[in-house]
Structure formats: C-alpha cells, structure tokens
Design a protein around this ligand. Structure first.
Ligand SMILES: NC(=O)c1ccc[n+]([C@@H]2O[C@H](COP(=O)([O-])OP(=O)(O)OC[C@H]3O[C@@H](n4cnc5c(N)ncnc54)[C@H](O)[C@@H]3O)[C@@H](O)[C@H]2O)c1
Length: 427
C-alpha cells in the first residue's frame, strides 16, 4: 500500500460468498483499491480494505489469503453456521453479496438490517415480494441497496443505449440474445447448488436487464420453454437450457418481442469462455453484436481452447502488462464495483453540503443500479421461475401476464381460464 501525505478516507468492505465471481471481479476490485486507492471528485482519495468475508466452509477464503499474500490486507473469515451474522458484527461500511442466487435475499436483508450498504449479484432476488421487502428495508435503514449488472458498463452496450437515447435508432421491434455457458459451470462449478435451478435465472437475467434498461417500456408478458436431461433428470426440475420470451409495450402503443436463449451445457472445448450474441431490430436500423468475437482470435499449442480460450473478452476483465510495466487486472466487470464503492464513499464522506439522507435519495429510487430499478427484471425472473416450476410439474407452455386487474404477475396454464396470481401488487 503506498503512503502519501494526501488525506484519504477509509472504507471497509465485507464479502459474502467466495466463489467464482469473487475470484473474477471482487478480488481484483479489492486488491486494486487496497494497493492504490481510488479517487472521486465528490469525495477525494478513497482507501479501501476487505475487512471480513463469509462463506460456507472458508476453504477458498483460506486459499485466497495464502495466494494473495501482500496483495491484500489481512481479513477475518467466518464460516457457517451464521457466517453472515458474524461478518455483520464486524466493522464494515458495505457488504457485497455473491452467494448462489436463491440465497441472495437472506444475506442482503441481514446486511441492510445491520445498517450496511449492500451490493448484490444479479439477479437481485427471485420474487417481487422479496424485492419489495428489500426496497422497504433499505429505505427504513437509510442505506444503499444496489445490484451488479456489469453488461450496462460494456462500451458496446453503452453505445447501443446512446444511439437509442439520442433517437438515432428508432423504435425497437424485436430482438434476440444468446448466452451459453460451458458444461463445467453446471457440472462442476455449481454442482453443490444446481439442483432445481436453471440457466435462465443465472444468465438470461443479464440480457433481461440490458433490454429493460436500454429500451424502457412496459413489460407485458413472459413465456419460457426449456430442456432437461443432461444436468438432471429428463422430467426433473433442473434445466440444461431455456428459451425466454418477453413482450414489451412502448408509449406509442406498439410492442416489441425479445427472445433470450441460454444454456450451461455447452462443450468445455468451446473456443470462448461463453458465447454471447445479440441482434436488435428497429424501425430504421439493426444492431448486431457479438461480445466474444470482438476482433481477437488466438491459438496456442497445448493451451487453447481449454486452459486458454481462442476468443477472449478483454473488455470485461483482463490481466495485462501495462505499457509502463505494471501488472493490472481491469475491465467493466471490475469498474461496476468501483462505481458502487464511490457511491458509498459519497454517501458517507461527500464533500458537498448535502446531508447523508439527501445523497442516499439521489442514488436510490430510479437510479440505474438501485434495487427499485430492478422491478421489471425481477418480475421477468419471478415469472420464468414459476413457468419452469409448472413445466416440471407437468404443465408446460404457461404464460405470465403483467399488470392485469387481478395482479401484477398472473400465471395462465393452458386449458385453464383462471390465472394464478404470483404477485398481487403492480410491477
Ligand atoms: N456478474 C456476473 O457475470 C456473474 C458471474 C458469475 C456469477 N455471478 C453471480 O454471483 C453469485 C455467486 O456465483 P459464483 O459463480 O461465485 O458461485 P460459487 O458457487 O462459485 O460460489 C458461491 C459462494 O457462496 C458461498 N455460500 C453459499 N451459501 C452461503 C451461505 N448461506 N452463506 C454464506 N456463504 C454462502 C459459498 O461458500 C461460495 O463461496 C450468483 O448470484 C451468480 O449469479 C455473477
């Protein structure tokens, strides 16, 4: 850690979940911030430490501590039972939640109730009821509750949104997106918690958010099909792949439909880490994007495509030797976390004349990464989960309609006229 006469404000972070995404984005975020601090004109220089971590067994935390050595400060590691409760007794300003998605709610709620700012991995939660509870609790406790969607920071997606925002691309009609994960994700990485889960909630949510954020509009209906038989039983409730369809309506009264295809059973010798492609069609244009094929294709004997991939996304998260010789790890997957730390620093130590509450209000509500901005995204996830559950129970081809008189999310089973209300508030 460098010393300097510049006055620095101190932040302490807590980490819940020490798995793959910790290693990919949180680790470089904490290490960069610990070693170099970072700057925001609204606060000055921010020095940051990881104060404590919580995980099930502590195995990966111990390995990380040993491997990182001087790259990170010493930190406490808590394990189950009640790893989160122990972490929250620690002196931390904010908590990052990166547990499996069906365990986000408990950890996030506990952190909020302990008066800590929180950032939670996507999807924030799996139901609208949980989302309402978190938003209300964050409001009561006067803390930030934010969700990580790094795809909004991808320069290509920022350009897409800019062209839409500026009226260069007019009225979205239809779109398709695909994100395919390798088999090692479903077979090894997530083996402990994959039972009953699906790749749609895990990865389609990236594109649900991108579509919702970029094009706005009102979500009208959700439908979803899926396939089983590789990760779990052919008739079971664990899914290999899913095809989600969202229909939106815009102020003009016109609609658009989006298809998002995902899987976590792509062969491990696929040339890229994941396959990611989108096409969006407008009244006056078309946007084709391929996050994997951005221009680099590299082959190395005995390395590609297993230990090193042929095509790499150096924008999301890359390790580099900089021109001046420094080794760095950076990209939009890390930038999104730094932005949250800047927000926490501003709320607690902002240099302007505003009160803490005014700053929280500024960064909450309709602010892009606030939990309250996640309503239509969580609604789509909630509906998809319910549709897949019905499918596994023998009722395929259900549809969920949004904001009907009977409720905000109403599920219809083919052949049955009465709907099942999944959420009685309005989305
Ligand atoms: N932003 C992205 O692109 C991205 C990529 C991968 C994963 N994720 C998200 O990150 C989250 C975690 O995914 P991962 O790939 O790191 O999973 P993982 O299975 O590799 O790790 C999960 C971690 O959570 C811990 N954990 C599980 N239950 C816990 C509990 N009750 N209390 C405390 N700790 C607990 C485990 O010990 C483990 O350290 C998921 O929500 C996932 O959707 C996001």
């Amino acid at each position: 850690m460098s010393d300097s006469s510049v006055s620095k404000l101190q932040l302490k972070g807590g980490m819940v979940g020490m798995g793959m995404i910790f290693d990919e984005t949180y680790r470089p975020f904490f290490e960069n911030a610990y070693q170099h601090g970072f700057y925001d004109s609204k606060t000055g220089v921010i020095q940051l430490e990881i104060a404590a971590v919580a995980s099930r067994t502590g195995g990966r935390a111990a390995k990380y501590k040993e491997a990182a050595g001087q790259d990170i400060n010493d930190f406490a590691s808590y394990i189950e039972p009640d790893s989160i409760g122990q972490l929250l007794a620690h002196d931390v300003d904010f908590v990052c939640v990166a547990t499996p998605d069906d365990r986000h709610f408990e950890a996030t709620m506990a952190a909020i109730r302990a008066g800590k700012h929180v950032i939670v991995e996507k999807p924030s939660v799996l139901s609208m009821q949980e989302l309402d509870e978190l938003a209300a609790a964050a409001n009561e406790e006067h803390v930030l509750c934010k969700v990580v969607y790094h795809k909004l920071f991808d320069p290509d997606h920022k350009k897409l949104r800019t062209l839409v925002h500026d009226g260069v691309l007019n009225h979205i009609n239809t779109g398709y997106c695909t994100l395919l994960e390798p088999k090692q994700i479903s077979g090894a990485q997530f083996a402990e918690w994959i039972q009953g889960r699906n790749p749609g909630t895990y990865v389609a949510v990236h594109y649900i958010k991108l579509i919702d954020f970029t094009f706005g509009g009102r979500l009208k209906s959700v439908s979803c099909s899926g396939q089983r038989g590789i990760v779990g039983e052919a008739q079971g409730n664990t899914w290999d792949s899913t095809q989600l369809r969202l229909v939106y309506e815009y102020e003009s009264g016109r609609e658009a439909a989006f298809d998002i295809h995902t899987s976590w059973v792509t062969p491990d010798n696929f040339p890229g880490y994941v396959e990611q492609e989108v096409q969006f069609r407008f009244d006056n244009g078309i946007w084709n994007g391929h996050s994997r094929k951005r221009g680099v294709e590299c082959t190395v004997e005995e390395k590609t495509p297993i230990s090193l991939k042929n095509s790499m996304n150096n924008h999301y998260n890359g390790t580099f030797v900089e021109p001046d010789g420094r080794r760095t790890q950076r990209g939009y997957g890390i930038e999104v976390l730094e932005e949250f730390a800047r927000e926490v620093a501003y709320v607690e130590h902002g240099l302007d004349d505003k009160t803490r509450e005014q700053r929280i209000t500024e960064l909450s509500g309709s602010y892009y990464n606030d939990i309250s901005s996640d309503r239509q995204t969580v609604a789509a996830v909630h509906a998809m989960e319910a549709i897949l559950e019905q499918h596994a129970a023998g009722n395929p081809d259900c549809i969920v309609r949004v904001n009907e008189d009977a409720g905000g999310l109403v599920l219809y089973i083919p052949g049955q006229s009465a709907g099942i209300v999944l959420y009685d508030g309005q989305v």
